[in-house]
Design a protein. Structure first.
Length: 269
């Protein structure tokens, strides 16, 4: 296993993956933005390539595949476009499985609160060209990657959040050129991964991610692995500005979303 904090390239260690997923109950967990597709200035324009989609569809016939995203689960489904896999959105708070969508009970009271904050953000931040308000049901993301002055936009978002009633009910997290407001509940990508491992009785897990919210999944996998519950590998997808915490929690890396496509195509084959 690679040393924590010094992960090496997964493509140079494919034998580890072959042995990991050789069992009967394997699972592959995939973040979307920054992992399956490059992050875009406008999050509504994100797509994955047909080759990536075909690889995921092929994998889903032999292993459990979960798209594990911060996005709304329906939007995650629209981007990936593969039937027969589970879509976990809103960092674990929203599930789309076998055509049935549900919000975890703890997150339901946050839907109306998030709507009010999103409406206020549209009204007060709408004058800043490039700020995008993404209302995702029980959570809100405020994107500023497309702004001309990102530092000024980030400051304006912080001031808005500091002054807006109801924000304190949410957990406020900074991501790659965005600020997330997530329900203040004990639900994240890690709890989602653990739930799928238990419900599907998985014996091995591969998880790919690129941002701080993916660290929750990496650490949950590490706990399950240390307890002898599963075998598993956490893979950080590198990009400009990859947080250090992601690399520190990973076993291996992939150099880009293109490398992820190459890897998943190999794995599907």
């Amino acid at each position: 296993m690679a040393s924590l904090g010094r992960p090496t390239d997964l493509l140079a260690n494919l034998d580890r993956v072959t042995s990991l997923l050789a069992g009967e109950r394997a699972g592959v967990f995939l973040d979307i933005d920054g992992t399956l597709a490059p992050i875009q200035l406008d999050p509504s324009t994100v797509t994955i390539t047909p080759r990536m989609r075909d690889a995921i569809a092929t994998l889903s016939r032999s292993v459990t595949v979960v798209a594990l995203s911060g996005r709304n689960a329906q939007m995650a489904r629209a981007i990936v476009g593969v039937d027969g896999i589970t879509y976990v959105g809103n960092h674990g708070a929203q599930w789309l499985q076998d055509g049935v969508e549900r919000v975890v009970p703890e997150a339901e009271p946050y839907v109306a609160k998030a709507q009010r904050i999103a409406d206020a953000a549209e009204a007060q931040l709408g004058g800043i060209n490039g700020v995008i308000v993404e209302h995702k049901g029980p959570s809100v993301s405020l994107h500023y990657r497309a702004t001309v002055d990102q530092a000024a936009a980030a400051l304006a978002i912080d001031r808005f959040l500091d002054a807006t009633p109801g924000v304190d009910a949410f957990v406020r997290l900074a991501g790659k050129m965005l600020v997330d407001l997530r329900p203040a509940i004990e639900v994240d990508k890690g709890t989602a991964l653990s739930s799928v491992v238990a419900s599907e009785d998985l014996s091995s897990v591969l998880v790919l991610g690129d941002d701080t919210t993916d660290v929750d999944a990496f650490l949950a996998l590490r706990r399950l692995r240390d307890a002898g519950r599963v075998a598993g590998l956490a893979v950080a997808v590198r990009s400009e500005g990859t947080p250090a915490a992601v690399l520190e929690a990973a076993d291996y890396t992939l150099a880009s979303t293109e490398a992820v496509e190459h890897f998943l195509t190999w794995l599907a084959g």
